[in-house]
Ligand binder design. Structure first.
Ligand code: COI
Length: 358
């Protein structure tokens, strides 16, 4: 991908915090790399992006992001192959989705050439934080917040586009137990479910806490009006394998257009697996669990990649999934990671090499 070269203001960190990080016991989201990107939107335009040492922001208490939740984010990953080359996975998809989210939250869109120039420069500076080896990656968190001071309920006139990065390993260490939402909802028709709006996640914490109190790590979200249709799993899209068919809900204004989701659909179809993108009801799932045709359930998202689900609760009954040999989830995860880590042919053009010699 060719983007126009644009100037950046770069202030390098004088010391690195890399030696403080225990890479063998990484906690997701705990350690951030030495640098971050901050770009301010003022007077109707984005200023020159700044790369500066990672550190606190100075904002006033009346900052609109705090009061009205005008905030969106993205999640993406960089991988290092055995030859030390660094790869992003489908970064244009994240860039496009960030702008879709911004539009829905009445925030200005970000220019593509700023995004790629700033991100590549940041990754080049903090390249030593990206470790080789299966499961190791750098989680990249671009986000946009309203930055105007003032509590009038109207869109901000100023914003900050920021990128921070943290080294990551597996998000979930073992399969998760989930409960199916019967009361609370993650999103509704005409709402912001398709956007990566910060508030979608904040609003899910309370029902997820209730689920955790009952021993379930995540909630399977259902449609808000009937609670009959299965839509997402926690912070991820969700897949079901009934017999040998992989089923996932179509995206809508309630469901995030997940990049892992669409990559898995493409890989599964390419490998000749039967894939159905259709609505699936709770009763179909319960029937399949009862008659033994439900073989697998898994969440799919950038942070976790694929999170296998070992069982689900509905109406007070718990349904445990069988142990399957040659699971689709393991197989698809391997296919996806082989592309991400540059171990396999990239026939769909998903990898984006980060130039380390710029
Ligand atoms: C993702 O996996 O894409 C996410 O958004 C997870 C994040 C909320 C930690």
């Amino acid at each position: 991908m060719q983007t126009k070269k644009i100037p950046l203001d770069i202030t390098k960190a004088t010391t690195s915090r890399l030696a403080e990080v225990d890479f063998d016991n990484l906690v997701f989201g705990k350690y951030y790399t030495d640098h971050m990107m901050v770009c301010d939107y003022e007077n109707g335009k984005w200023n020159t992006p700044k790369i500066i040492p990672y550190g606190p922001l100075s904002v006033e208490p009346s900052c609109k992001a705090f009061h009205y939740g005008q905030a969106i984010f993205e999640g993406m990953k960089a991988f290092k192959d055995e030859n030390g080359k660094v790869w992003l996975f489908r970064p244009e998809e994240n860039f496009n989705r960030a702008n879709i989210s911004c539009k829905r939250m009445a925030m200005p869109e970000f220019p593509k050439e700023y995004f790629f120039e700033a991100l590549e420069t940041l990754l080049k500076l903090d390249e030593a934080w990206i470790k080789t080896g299966d499961g190791n990656s750098l989680y990249i968190r671009p986000f946009v917040i309203a930055s105007e001071n003032g509590v009038s309920a109207s869109p901000s006139s100023t914003y900050k586009f920021i990128i921070i990065c943290c080294p990551a390993k597996a998000y979930y260490s073992s399969p998760v137990k989930v409960t199916i939402a019967q009361k609370y909802s993650r999103s509704a028709d005409g709402g912001v479910g398709y956007a990566k709006a910060a508030g979608n996640y904040g609003a899910s914490f309370y029902p997820t806490n209730l689920a955790k109190e009952k021993g379930y790590q995540q909630v399977i979200w259902t449609d808000a009006s009937t609670h009959q249709y299965l839509e997402e799993a926690g912070t991820m899209n969700v897949f079901f394998r009934i017999n040998n068919t992989l089923i996932t809900a179509p995206t809508s204004d309630r469901i995030l257009d997940g990049i892992t989701r669409k990559s898995l659909i493409k890989l599964a179809q390419d490998q000749g697996l039967q894939v159905e993108i259709r609505r699936i009801t709770v009763s179909e799932l319960v029937d399949a669990a009862k008659n033994g045709s439900l073989k697998e359930m898994f969440g799919a998202g950038t942070a976790a990649t694929i999170a296998p689900i070992e069982g689900f609760e509905y109406n007070g009954d718990y349904y445990e999934l069988p142990e399957v040999k040659d699971s689709y989830s393991q197989h698809l995860k391997k296919s996806l990671q082989d592309i991400q880590y540059n171990r396999a042919e990239d026939k769909f053009g998903w990898r984006h090499e980060v130039p380390l010699d710029k």
